[in-house]
Design a protein around this ligand. Structure first.
Ligand code: ADP
Ligand code: MG
Length: 266
């Protein structure tokens, strides 16, 4: 067996709220291999975003262990974290949250390269903009000048510019119109093929997950109640809760119907 890219073991996070403990993430375990898409699905409040933030070290865990390429993240010092952060990036539902409104798009893309001391920055920024279906001259514009779909392309470019191995995508298409959703999903899948990227893909939308994931974990009240190959989860769900989620979706969904082609405009 090759070492998984990411291995999450018995990960837990408890928040204190109004004097009560809330187990947002409760002994979650899964592995993610290089180049694959592992989706975390579940209703709002089930603990998906917290899991993503724990993996990235944005919030400290209450228990459990996370290994990246076989090394525990708990043992990392700050220079170790800096190296891991280069390999692990994040895309959010609202790309504006990771883009500074007062900075040009070009600067927002250049910033990770500056932090990591990487050269040929203007060339890389121009190339990355084209990779996500924008134009090199868009580097001079500001985030508010772009549509929601274009802003998500910028968020993807910023996540991709350090050539990471893993991108944690937290509801990356949930704020977009369905037609734009399929364009962004096709872009993500094309980039995955080109760069061998792995995605931890967080979504409440099973139609989106069916379209993009190799494997799925179903999260409910902080726990993964079922996980497996996407096809198996959708055709032979083992758990009552998974069946409940599947019953709630419509069979003919435009995102699922638009599978297979890479669209880079819009
Ligand atoms: N910073 C926080 N402080 C207190 N409770 C939190 C915090 N972040 C998340 N929670 C709680 O943890 C649970 C899981 O939240 P979250 O991970 O955001 O779920 P999801 O992304 O699946 O909607 C919710 O009950 C939420 O209210
Ligand atoms: Mg969330």
């Amino acid at each position: 067996m090759t070492t998984p890219l990411l291995s999450v073991n018995q990960l837990s996070k408890t928040f204190q709220r109004r004097g009560q403990s809330v187990a947002a993430v409760d002994r979650v375990s899964f592995t993610l291999n290089a180049g694959e898409t592992w989706a975390l699905v579940g209703e709002s409040g089930s603990g998906k975003s917290t899991t993503g933030r724990l993996v990235l070290g944005l919030t400290p865990a209450s228990g459990g262990d996370i290994q990246f390429e076989g090394r525990s993240l708990a043992d990392l010092n700050s220079s170790g974290w800096k190296r891991v952060r280069r390999d692990m990036q994040m895309i959010f539902q609202d790309p504006l949250s990771s883009l500074d409104p007062k900075r040009t798009v070009g600067y927002s893309l250049e910033e990770p390269l500056i932090i990591h001391g990487i050269g040929k920055r203007k060339t890389q920024v121009a190339g990355m903009l084209e990779q996500v279906g924008l134009r090199p001259q868009d580097a001079a514009r500001y985030p508010h000048e772009f549509s929601g779909g274009q802003r998500q392309r910028i968020g993807i470019a910023r996540a991709l510019i350090l050539k990471p191995k893993l991108i944690i995508c937290d509801e990356p298409v949930s704020a977009l119109d369905v037609s734009i959703q399929s364009q962004i999903l096709n872009l993500l899948m094309g980039l995955q093929r080109e760069y061998g990227l792995a995605y931890l893909f967080i979504s409440h939308d099973l139609n989106v997950v069916r379209h993009i994931a190799d494997r799925v974990g179903v999260m409910h009240r902080g726990r993964i109640v079922e996980q497996g190959e996407t096809q198996r989860i959708f055709t032979h769900p083992q758990q009552e809760y998974t069946r409940y989620l599947l019953n709630a979706i419509l069979p003919a969904h435009p995102v699922a119907a638009g599978a297979g082609q890479v669209v880079v405009n819009g």
